[in-house]
Design a protein around this ligand. Structure first.
Ligand SMILES: Cc1ncc(C[n+]2csc(CCOP(=O)(O)OP(=O)(O)O)c2C)c(N)n1
Length: 357
């Protein structure tokens, strides 16, 4: 029986493999070998450290704003790592993990949050669309691109990330409906991190799960423990294989938690209590993977220290390179709208300039 058949989201069961103490659920086995697990742990650690650096850069005035991934690493690493060359990722705005997994250089990602448009430019051959700030719009693009691939008879699939809040947008329902009708090769990955800025999951929908929304559109949905790298891999692998085999879309709901602020522009203590955060701490995706690897004698304090030092060096280098790129000028905003600036644009540019001098 496939995972999707076994875990009907209406039953309200969450698919899990790795327990918080680092042992496996009864009868479960890991979908990847130990060496691969260690490699993915290292990626998750790198992403967490890079994320922390991004937060610091914002606090030091070296970034405009930033939306941290902190806590959602397993959702993004476990899913993006399954994609093949030619596949596409359509991210929202919290996807440092998936973006780096796809091969976008950290320097490029940093440039985006430094306000440089070059940060939205993926190197040739890396199929990651730019950060999408409008909530939910990119899901439609993911479906459109998948439909195009299907029409052309290509085997590429699209993977799109979004939050629990995005499921209340019309775009989500349009994308899901279209994907269901046209059986597009799309994997919808909802990172249910419990909040849409200050709105808790309980206020987002009266549905018991977000995964069950797939049922209305005629395709599979499954709820997995999004802090369990192994569960994310198993669910995404099934969804990816199905999409590539021409069997249409899947909705995966990864149940996770955003440890940090929504972005650097808000203070989470204003809308959630420490008591709400506390139970999630032992469920941290890195902590439980570390325990698992420790049980296999593949993790130790020394391993962690070596990986951390290596990562920090690479991050230092990326920050240095990104900050060496000339800072964009305000007039750049006006330059590329038309081949030639229209009179109102010229007027607006003059006005902006006058406010800067
Ligand atoms: C169309 C639109 N409406 C509102 C906003 C403001 N906004 C930015 S993020 C956000 C909440 C998104 O929550 P969710 O989809 O759960 O993703 P998360 O931030 O939790 O990753 C809102 C309302 C926006 N960017 N776009």
């Amino acid at each position: 029986m496939s995972l999707m058949e076994e875990y009907n989201p209406l039953k309200g069961e969450t698919f899990k493999i790795l327990k918080p103490d680092g042992t496996l659920e009864l009868g479960a086995s890991p979908p990847i070998d130990d060496q691969k697990t260690l490699t993915l742990y290292q990626k998750m650690l790198f992403i967490r450290l890079a994320d922390q650096r991004c937060l610091s850069l914002q606090r030091q005035g070296r970034f405009g704003t930033y939306a941290p991934i902190w806590g959602q690493e397993a959702c993004q690493v476990g899913s993006a790592y399954l994609l093949q060359k030619g596949d596409w990722v359509f991210p929202a705005f919290r996807e440092i993990g998936a973006t780096l997994m796809m091969g976008i250089p950290l320097k490029t990602y940093l440039l985006y949050w430094m306000g440089n448009e070059m940060g939205s430019r993926a190197p040739e051959g890396i199929n990651v669309m730019p950060v999408s700030i409008p909530v939910g719009t990119h899901m439609l693009h993911a479906v459109g691109a998948a439909w195009a691939a299907k029409i052309k008879g290509e085997k590429e699939i699209t993977l799109t990330f979004f939050g629990d809040g995005a499921t209340s947008q019309g775009d989500f329902h349009e994308a899901m409906n279209f994907a269901g009708v046209f059986k597009t090769p799309t994997v919808f990955f909802c990172q249910n991190n419990q909040f849409a800025i200050s709105v808790p999951r309980s206020m987002q929908t009266a549905s018991a799960t977000l995964a069950q929304k797939a049922i209305a559109y005629g395709f599979d949905g499954v709820q997995v423990d999004g802090n369990d790298l192994f569960a994310v891999i198993v669910a995404t692998r099934e969804a990816v294989d199905k999409a590539r085999a021409g069997q249409g879309p899947t909705l995966i709901e990864g149940v996770t938690f955003r440890f940090g602020p929504h972005t650097t522009a808000d203070d989470p203590t204003k809308y959630r209590t420490e008591e709400e955060v506390e139970p999630w701490k032992p469920l941290d995706p890195l902590v439980r993977l570390r325990l698992y690897l420790k049980g296999k004698t593949l993790w130790s304090e020394e391993v962690e220290q070596r990986m951390t030092e290596e990562a920090q060096k690479e991050i230092d280098e990326a920050v240095k390179e990104a900050e060496a790129v000339p800072v964009p000028q305000p007039e750049d905003i006006f330059k590329y709208v038309y081949a030639e600036m229209t009179p109102p644009l010229k007027e607006q540019l003059e006005y902006v300039k006058s406010t800067l001098t």
